[in-house]
Design a protein around this ligand. Structure first.
Ligand code: G3P
Ligand code: CA
Length: 255
């Protein structure tokens, strides 16, 4: 590796995908506490609105994969979700973990003994008709974080419309346009960062340079393997999103 690439490796930000979710059940307080202990720079979380308009950290539309319940998150109340076990699917040791309110995750990050950021991904915003973004910005405003000045919160979405809505509500918030398969036009101010998946980067490594040439910062998800970390460093990726924050941090330090 060149000196420049090594400098990049030291400066790469590590974002814990759904917490330290390789080890702990995703989106649980235990997963996020582990990620903070592991040295993650920021915590990634997916947010959804419950039937009673609370923002919860859940990835899937339905609860079956990550809980002992059945149903669609947006059709369940926060109280109904709170009665479910969101830990047991990952092993007996994790049984009893509860659904996490976004606001509680925010408080947890703010209580850390060093600055820990939040990378918040909005899910299915079109179905929620903009309510999800409005509630997210409301919670952030309550904590003085919606203007982006603290530099702690950034928003991410696969939906360009969601990013435009968020930009209208909170123009100061840094935004990341996530890219799954193909590159669609994206530009500031709706997003200053682009987030391609690692599969896309493996297939088309030149993508990172093309995004950077547009003035975008680049973050790649979900990067768990050493060879992928190394590829991203060589390409000049700014941020890695990973299920294994401790290992990735250690590997970056060893380069
Ligand atoms: O951080 C981006 C990444 O989380 C997007 O994919 O499905 O894990 O939310 P997904
Ligand atoms: Ca996500």
């Amino acid at each position: 590796m060149t000196h420049t690439q090594l400098r990049t490796a030291r400066a790469v930000r590590v974002v814990a995908h759904r917490g330290a979710s390789h080890e702990h059940p995703e989106h649980t307080l235990a997963a996020y506490r582990q990620a903070v202990a592991d040295g993650a720079d920021a915590l990634e979380c997916d947010v959804r609105l419950t039937a009673d308009h609370r923002l919860v950290c859940v990835h899937d539309r339905r609860v079956e994969r990550t809980s002992d319940g059945r149903g669609v998150v947006s059709e369940m109340t926060y109280e109904e979700l709170s009665a479910l076990d969101f830990g047991g699917w990952k092993g007996e040791a994790h049984r009893g973990a509860q659904v996490l309110l976004f606001e509680d995750l925010l408080k947890e990050a703010l209580a850390a003994d060093r600055p820990v950021g939040l990378a918040v991904e909005t899910k299915h915003p079109t179905r929620a008709g903009g309510r999800l973004e409005a509630e997210l910005v409301r919670v952030l405003k309550d904590h003085g974080l919606a203007d982006g000045r603290a530099g702690l919160v950034e928003v991410m979405s696969f939906s360009r419309n969601a990013l435009i809505r968020l930009n209208r509500l909170a123009p100061g918030l840094p935004a990341v346009y996530l890219i799954e398969r193909r590159l669609r036009p994206v530009r500031p101010p709706f997003a200053g960062h682009a987030g391609p998946g690692i599969d896309l980067v493996r297939k088309d490594p030149g993508l990172v340079g093309r995004l950077k040439a547009k003035g975008l910062r680049v973050r790649v998800w979900t990067v768990d393997e050493p060879e992928d970390v190394e590829l991203c460093v060589r390409l000049g990726v700014d941020t890695l999103i990973t299920n294994r924050p401790r290992e990735v941090r250690e590997y970056l330090g060893s380069l």
